[in-house]
Design a protein around this ligand. Structure first.
Ligand code: PAF
Length: 292
């Protein structure tokens, strides 16, 4: 890990709480270093830490951002309730090898009167989460673009758990010729299969137990596919009936799409994304697997 000297603070890991502090730290790092960037909304778990570890082992410097981005939440969504614990996050980030932690205020990222957005149009943002969260990806691509502009990373690390986000950001990088390499890291799961998510903390014990149906239904679909079933309708129906066995589960979507483009398919003949979103009370969980 690269050691930076003050002025940001005296610890091994620097913390920049403003864009000015971030720029000072980045100037100190210098232009000749590779930067691995992990954008997060905080409340770090092992999934985030796996991204930081990956960034750390392939770059000179690892930069992590913690920013609960208001533009990716629609009115009535869980922006205010989104879990936050900066002190714990900074300890975890530092232990995982972060060199620079960027923790800006919304007013710094979106200066008063900001009205410029980056939007990926088309199938990739309309389907899956785009159906129930039609403005979500516009907020994601806007903030990721702002963060890329500020940090100018060599590589940026995202989790496969947000499979649609990965497809959308890949497209944005391609369409806008952004000089950054996207690295996608595998989903990290609890021992019982539940995909790690900052929102898991909202589940009560019974919801937590029933939420296992997400990974279980995906694993069962994979087994059916491996046994020779490639028809999307049959695979989808099996997942839906599996999830519907859980009385607390309310399905948002179950879909199987082309992995690269998110186009509709009837049969699996090339890598396919099997994605589910299910609500337990007010908590919406997502999970996915790739069949290829
Ligand atoms: O995946 C997330 O945590 C967020 O969508 C991201 C990429 C940090 C943008 O706010």
């Amino acid at each position: 890990m690269m050691q930076l000297s003050p002025p940001c603070n005296n610890k091994t890991m620097k913390i920049a709480k403003t864009i000015t502090e971030l720029k000072t730290c980045l100037e100190e790092i210098g232009k000749d270093k590779t930067i691995g960037f992990v954008p997060t909304m905080g409340y770090l778990h092992d999934g985030h830490l796996s991204l930081i570890n990956e960034a750390q082992s392939h770059n000179d410097v690892t930069v992590v951002s913690i920013f609960v981005n208001p533009t990716q939440f629609a009115p009535g969504e869980d922006l205010d309730a989104y879990p936050r614990d900066f002190d714990q996050d900074s300890l975890l980030a530092e232990a995982a090898g972060t060199d620079l932690l960027f923790f800006p205020d919304p007013g710094d990222i979106y200066p008063a009167g900001a009205s410029t957005f980056v939007e990926v149009e088309g199938e990739s943002t309309r389907k899956l989460c785009g159906q129930s969260r039609p403005t979500h990806f516009k907020g994601v691509t806007t903030v990721v673009n702002i963060l890329f502009n500020l940090i100018q990373p060599t590589r940026a690390y995202f989790g496969q758990k947000d499979a649609q986000q990965v497809v959308v950001i890949k497209k944005m990088i391609r369409d806008l010729h952004l000089p950054v390499q996207l690295v996608v890291c595998p989903i990290v799961r609890e021992a019982d299969g539940l995909a790690l998510s900052s929102r898991n903390v909202f589940l009560n014990p019974e919801q937590r137990n029933q939420a296992l149906v997400l990974s279980q239904s995906l694993t069962a679909a994979k087994a059916l596919y491996r046994a020779g079933e490639g028809r999307v309708k049959i695979l989808k129906d099996q997942i839906i009936s599996h999830i519907s066995n859980m009385p607390l589960a309310v399905i948002d979507y179950v879909d199987i799409l082309d992995f690269k483009t998110l186009a509709d398919i009837e049969n699996i003949t090339s890598p396919a994304l099997v994605a589910v979103a299910v609500r337990f009370g007010s908590t919406r969980l997502i999970d996915n697997i790739i069949l290829d």
